[in-house]
Ligand binder design. Structure first.
Ligand code: NAD
Length: 389
């Protein structure tokens, strides 16, 4: 028995949500391992375009009774699955999410939801059209020391600046080493999303520059420096690299917050420092990382409530990434994130090939209107048993 408090949310073994995992790569295996011990969900199927890879993942992890296939809909039907966990490469996320949602299956999708904001908006519209839950697993929101840090930041009053540094040596051959912006698109999405979680403040504009150190093993830019203007007027100052050979930070980055009542810092691990009179903290004991996002997904699905990073809430984090990439291409020019969102809606309407989704996108008066359409779970639940609505 773990030291975690399971009294609130755990399900009896027979009530665990049966799920199909799509994607048997490195991260798919992490999900399978976590699910094998989860009180919330159980893997009943594994899908990958590479059937041999899927079969060998099942064998190497010693899993039993897990069906394998290359079609999410077929495997879900065969196994009676009630939800899908999408751990494919980012380029495949939208297609897999669409197949699942149209089959009535809610989806928990790995970050980044999509390569572009336009593609993310198409998925907001898809969620509206199908009425299903689509949540993005931004697993770095689920750290107990981050939750305590967030409580502290909430006590500090108006913010002046938030600083985050992420310096890591990261060898993960595959799509990351080939993409144009491995740091911003694949790594910083976590830190940008944490900024929004930590402060509740929304970025409105960004200036960014990116580059690739001479020794980098990445094809694209592995280093970046960005400054975001937040709605409050405060600034988020971010720097990072994925090919750092010394003084590495946590995967969660190192954070400092300066505000009217004082300052606080988090090393991304277990060290939280507060320099503000009368501000203390308690560290909660909850499930962390993908275990935490799974709990959020399953409990929200069952209760009919809106989880963190329900698809429309995640668009703001993706807009930070795309804004930073655009600014970098414009040699550090200021990119307005509101304009980026609206241009992305025009692009989404142009790209969308399904009539129902295109109609939904065209019905929005703006992208902001679209991401403010009522989220799954914001209306009273009609099916608390966990099925798609
Ligand atoms: N939360 C985290 O900290 C974290 C860490 C690592 C990876 N990730 C994310 O997890 C996802 C997967 O990363 P990975 O490292 O496992 O990648 P990977 O390349 O190792 O594995 C991806 C798998 O998806 C399969 N696939 C691709 N398209 C498919 C489709 N249409 N249908 C079925 N299968 C398909 C591929 O065959 C491959 O086996 C990415 O979105 C990545 O950003 C998240």
């Amino acid at each position: 028995m773990s030291s975690l408090d399971r009294t609130d949310h755990s399900s009896a073994p027979e009530q665990r949500l049966p799920v199909v995992v799509v994607g048997a790569g490195a991260m798919g295996k992490e999900w399978l391992k976590m699910l094998a011990a989860s009180p919330h969900a159980v893997t009943v199927g594994l899908v990958d375009l590479d059937l041999e890879l899927a079969a060998s993942a099942i064998t190497s992890l010693g899993l039993e009774g897990v069906a394998v296939g290359d079609s999410v809909v077929e495997v879900a039907q065969r196994t009676g699955a009630a939800a899908v966990i999408n751990v494919t490469v980012p380029q495949a996320h939208r297609v897999v999410n669409e197949q699942a949602l149209r089959a009535g299956l809610p989806v928990l999708c790995e970050k980044p939801l999509a390569p572009t904001v336009a593609e993310a908006l198409r998925q907001v519209a898809l969620a509206n059209v199908t009425g299903g839950l689509l949540m993005v697993s931004q697993s770095r929101r689920y750290f107990n020391h981050l939750a305590a840090f967030r409580d502290v930041v909430g006590e500090l009053g108006p913010l002046a600046s938030v600083n985050a540094q992420f310096f890591h040596e990261d060898h993960e051959p595959g799509f990351r080493e080939e993409m144009a912006h491995p740091l911003l698109v694949d790594g910083s999405i976590h830190h940008f999303d944490v900024l929004r979680y930590l402060t509740g403040d929304e970025p409105v504009a960004v200036r960014c520059s990116t580059w690739n150190p001479p020794w980098s093993w990445f094809a694209g830019d592995a280093s970046a420096s960005a400054e975001f203007e937040l709605t409050s007027g405060a600034r988020f100052v971010y720097s990072g690299s994925r090919c750092t050979r010394g003084l590495q930070t946590s995967w969660n980055a190192e954070w400092r917050v300066y505000a009217e009542r004082g300052a606080a810092a988090w090393d991304g691990n277990q060290l939280l420092r507060v320099d503000a009179e009368g501000v203390g903290f308690d560290v909660p004991k909850r499930r962390e990382e993908i275990d935490g996002s799974l709990e959020d997904f399953v409990t929200s699905l069952r209760a009919g409530t809106t989880p963190q990073n329900e698809v429309r809430a995640n668009v703001g984090s993706l807009a930070m990434v795309e804004g930073a990439v655009r600014s970098s291409a414009l040699k550090g020019e200021r990119v307005d994130l509101g304009s980026l969102l609206e241009e992305s809606l025009t692009q989404a309407i142009t790209d969308e090939t399904n009539d129902d989704v295109a109609r939904e996108l065209r019905s929005w008066t703006s992208a902001t209107d679209g991401i403010n359409t009522p989220a799954w779970g914001s209306a009273p639940a009609t099916n608390a048993s966990g099925g798609a609505r």
